[in-house]
Write a protein that binds this ligand. Structure first.
Ligand SMILES: Nc1ncnc2c1ncn2[C@@H]1O[C@H](COP(=O)(O)OP(=O)(O)O)[C@@H](O)[C@H]1O
Ligand SMILES: [Mg+2]
Length: 248
C-alpha cells in the first residue's frame, strides 16, 4: 500500500532521515522504534505531507505522492495522529470527527451549502466514532474525556478521513495499563482494513502488536524484520535494546 524509498530529510546540517526504506501493507502493523531524535516523527511528517523530503520517494498504492501537501495526501488516503494531542478541546466528539471528515472533501467550505455533502460528512463521522469504539460519547465535550478516550478520539478523527494508511505517532504515550491494552486491541482490530505505521516506546506493547518492526537510529534504518528477528539482531541489541533486554 505504501512504498518508501531512500527517503532523506535535512534540517540544515542535520540528517533527520537518511535513506529510509519502508513498506506498509494492509493487514500489518509496522512498528517503528528507536531512541529520541532517531527521526521517527520526521518520517511520519513526511509521509503525511506535513514536511517535504529532501530526496527519496513515497508511493501510495502505486501512485507517486512524493512532496504533495498534507491536504492532498489526506484526500488520497493517508490519515495520521500526532505525538501531542491535536483535538479541539471545547468541541464535542462528534464535532471533532465531523471537522476531520470535512477536511477530506474536495471543496471543504462548499459542503455547508450542499445537503448531500453534509449528510455524507455526518455519516463519515459516525462511522469513525464507531470504528474507534467511542459510541455513546458523541455529545461529550472533548475536554471532559479521559486521557485514553482523547487518544481514541484522535484515532477517530484520522478514521473520519476514510484512510487506507494510518500513521500513529505514540498513541499510547501517557496511558495507564488498562488504557494501553484497549488501544492495542483497537490497533489490532483496525489493521484488518488499514496499513498501519505505529511509533511506540513501550516494548511490551510493541511486541504485542508488531507484525513487522523497523529500528531507526540517527535517521537511518538499522534493521527491519519480525519481532523475533529484531530481538535476536546483535546490532540492534548493541545500538538500542541494549540494557533493556531482559530474558529473565
Ligand atoms: N522542524 C524541525 N526543524 C529542525 N530540526 C528538526 C525538526 N524536526 C525534527 N528535528 C530534528 O530532527 C531529529 C529527529 O527528530 P524526530 O523526527 O522528532 O525524532 P523522534 O521522533 O525519533 O524522536 C532531531 O534531532 C530533531 O531535533
Ligand atoms: Mg517523535
Amino acid at each position: 500500500m505504501l512504498e518508501v524509498r531512500a527517503l532523506t530529510k535535512h534540517f540544515g546540517g542535520l540528517l533527520a532521515n537518511d535513506g529510509v526504506d519502508l513498506n506498509l501493507a494492509v493487514g500489518q502493523v509496522h512498528v517503528v522504534i528507536g531512541p529520541n531524535g532517531a527521526g521517527k516523527s520526521t518520517l511520519i511528517n513526511i509521509l503525511s505531507g506535513d514536511l517535504r523530503p529532501t530526496a527519496g520517494s513515497v508511493r501510495l498504492d502505486g501512485r507517486d505522492i512524493t512532496g504533495l501537501p498534507a491536504d492532498r495526501v489526506s484526500r488520497l488516503g493517508i490519515g495520521r495522529s500526532y505525538q501531542k494531542t491535536n483535538i479541539f478541546q471545547s468541541f464535542t466528539v462528534f464535532e471533532n470527527c465531523r471537522l476531520a471528515a470535512q477536511s477530506r472533501a474536495p471543496h471543504p467550505l462548499r459542503l455547508f451549502s450542499r445537503a448531500s455533502g453534509y449528510a455524507e460528512t455526518n455519516a463519515l463521522a459516525a462511522r469513525a466514532i464507531e470504528q474507534a469504539e467511542l459510541q455513546g460519547r458523541e455529545d461529550r465535550v472533548a475536554s471532559t474525556l479521559s486521557h485514553g478516550e482523547q487518544r481514541q478520539l484522535e484515532i477517530a478523527m484520522s478514521l473520519a478521513t476514510a484512510p487506507k494508511v494510518l500513521l500513529l505517532d505514540e498513541p499510547l504515550a501517557g496511558m495507564g495499563a488498562e488504557e494501553s491494552q484497549r488501544m492495542v486491541a483497537l490497533i489490532n482490530k483496525l489493521k484488518s482494513d488499514h496499513a498501519i505505521l505505529l511509533v511506540e516506546h513501550d516494548m511490551d506493547a510493541v511486541f504485542a502488536v508488531a507484525d513487522v518492526l523497523t529500528v531507526m537510529v540517527e535517521g537511518r534504518v538499522l534493521a527491519t524484520g519480525s519481532a523475533d528477528q529484531i530481538r535476536d539482531n546483535e546490532e540492534v541489541q548493541r545500538a538500542y535494546l541494549g540494557t533493556e533486554q531482559d530474558d529473565g
